[in-house]
Design a protein. Structure first.
Length: 279
């Protein structure tokens, strides 16, 4: 018999569901993980969702290979409640469909530009940018980190009007203490993989997205198991009925987890699903 306590599994991608690669683009998902999630979803009726900081352009190739009932992109700035209705053009258009299956949680691009210019007045050489509709408006060449992501150079006076998803900052270690007091109070800060600062709408996070998924699907938090590895996953794991950290997780994530499964490079999420659902 399978573990009937859990009606939905929610998993982070990088460092959790995906194996490591020597570059960002070479991170991958194994056939074992794909088969295990398909069996859990199709044979047992357990829902599956992804919650990632990735944008649409780099997450879609994994979403398309899995039976995904919902997907949280951009750390919660874009929530897709029905990926079967979505395509990349829709997800990156900035226009929300009338049926309500997409939700965008951001802030005006004009406000984002103000913040970027204020930070640059103090830290003129910091790498900074605005992510909006899967385009990065930056003062640096993003290909040094993400070789396939679209970007445009800007001085933050020519960014189009719209709803931005997040501000990204890649400070040097010696810039962190100077940067902290420059973050305005209408933004929250999450740090991904100990490198990239993400300034976001306070409601754009995995915790809030998990609440939205539970409400939309009528699944209580006690019936959800979530998996993660990074600090941006902590509140999601704490909110879930079972918060599971992969063994390679940040020490702070390991400390708050209800359970620890094998590492991402050992298909830890798949191993946990196989054991708990007798697959």
């Amino acid at each position: 018999m399978s573990d009937e306590r859990f009606r939905m599994i929610v998993a982070d991608l990088d460092g959790t569901l995906l194996h490591d690669g020597d570059t960002f683009e070479r991170r991958f998902i194994t056939e074992r993980t794909i088969r295990t999630i398909i069996r859990m979803h199709d044979d047992l009726g357990v829902k599956f969702a992804i919650a990632t900081a990735r944008p649409v352009s780099t997450a879609m190739r994994f979403v398309s290979r899995l039976p995904v009932d919902a997907c949280v992109y951009l750390n919660g700035a874009l929530v897709d409640f029905d990926p079967a209705r979505s395509n990349e053009r829709m997800l990156t258009s900035g226009q929300m469909p009338d049926d309500g299956h997409l939700m965008k949680i951001g802030f005006p691009s004009r406000r984002a530009c103000e913040v970027c210019r204020t930070i640059l007045d103090v830290l003129p050489d910091v790498r900074i940018g605005i992510v909006m509709n899967d385009v990065r408006y930056t003062n640096f060449d993003v290909r040094t980190m993400w070789k396939t992501q679209s970007f445009r150079y800007t001085d933050f006076t020519d960014v189009p009007d719209g709803i931005a998803d997040k501000i990204i900052i890649l400070p040097q270690a010696e810039q962190w203490d100077v940067l902290r007091p420059l973050i305005p109070s209408d933004f929250t800060v999450s740090i991904s993989e100990g490198v990239m600062w993400m300034l976001m709408n306070p409601s754009a996070n995995k915790e809030h997205a998990l609440n939205l998924l539970g409400e939309r699907m009528h699944i209580p938090m006690d019936s959800i198991a979530s998996f993660g590895d990074d600090l941006i996953d902590v509140r999601m794991l704490e909110l879930s009925g079972r918060g599971v950290a992969v063994a390679n997780a940040n020490p702070r994530v390991l400390a708050i987890a209800d359970e620890i499964c094998p590492a991402n490079n050992e298909d830890g999420v798949a191993q946990w699903i196989e054991r708990n659902f007798n697959l």
